[in-house]
Design a protein around this ligand. Sequence first.
Ligand code: SF4
Length: 464
Amino acid sequence: MSELMRPTFDLDLIQKYGGEGPRYTSYPTAPQFSDRFTASDYCAAMAESNRLPIPADLSLYVHVPFCHNPCFYCGCNRVITRSLTAGDSFLDSLARELAMVAPRFDEDRIVRQLHLGGGTPTFLDTDQLARLLHMLQTHFPFADQAELGLEVDPRTIDPSGLRRLADMGFNRISIGVQDLEPDVQQAVNRIHDTAMVSATLGGARASGFDSISVDLIYGLPLQTTTGFARTIDTIISLRPDRIALFNYAHLPHLFKAQRRIDESQLPAPSTKLAIFRNALNRLLDAGYEFIGMDHFALPGDSLVKARKDGSLVRNFQGYSTHGGLDLISFGPSAISQVADSFAQNVRSLDDWSVQLIEGRIPTARGLTRTIDDRLRAEIIERIMCTGSLCYRDMERRFELSFRRYFAREIEQLEALQEDGLIEFRNGGFSVTSSGLLFLRAIAKVFDAYLQPQTLGSGRFSRIV
Ligand code: SF4
């Protein structure tokens, strides 16, 4: 099978299109969620999802909000604690949430995918993780081949723990590494040596996980081109199936943890770009294929296959091979997507626990999509996941004249074409190799909520 297109790195284009933009893990994006959307709206969405002629299968997400130590780059919703009772209390609350939410879905709706994120899911020990999985499996029927994945901090699990997770049925693992250089690790307060990372990866492989992914971040304090190249080369030598190379977004006004980063140690923009360019080339030269945004995978990985056959989708966990599922999420700040609604839980662990004790579904905000939202969501997902758009497909699905409905957007696309980011063809357009790094910039043409004044305000991360 042919290789995926290799993105071109062009400094002038980065200057023009590499600014801020949403990551489009949903459309409309989370800033559009409203607190007028309540638990009863979420219940209505759950009921509606059962009434569809063919109700969707399910994807589950659990947000485990604990970490032992604060990483200074962190932008996640988490609680730093060493409490020995926190995990069990969390699971007691989760049991309440499951008991309130799960019975609202018809019993024949099958779980195809489970993901545990956080925080640090492996803050929970393997007995607690077994209890968590058992609770989910008691409430929902799981497909035999369901994808069961979790994020792992190499400091919190050893090879015997990984074997236990595999025995429970977990088959996908995402290992948070970020950087292997000791001075960078010190500067971000996340210290684990290469041997520990290598043991985690080796342990996951020996335990039979189907897919092993590693997360890296560029743009951290004290990173250099040479140092990050060492990290990339070491990770490449360990051959994970997938590598996510995230662009560090320094937004200390939004994320308190980041205020502990010494800004004078952050790489200059030109150094950061050199780090990225070098990492990009190393990954591509080593045989990893570019999926989109920050994701790379080996040719045999299901993400590559899905990218090639057009079945790739985007959801709150990033790129995924499972489309058309209703996403039911549990835990503080977790976001569900059911039927045409998004529902986000309250952010604070305490509020979440108290509302559950009081017998309330802890929805804080959300949104029900309009037809225009659904149309734009589909267009944005096609651009992000396939790098192309066929106007006729959209006209057939939504019964409209694409050129009339999107006259303003087509004008903007023409400017992108002049700059070589896209090519018009076959009643639509395709993203070129020059445009591949700017999928978000192309997708945002179709974002009806994005106001020019919100870009540059530090609400979104940089595209490159
Ligand atoms: S980056 Fe991950 S492990 Fe570090 S504090 Fe944040 S959630 Fe916890």
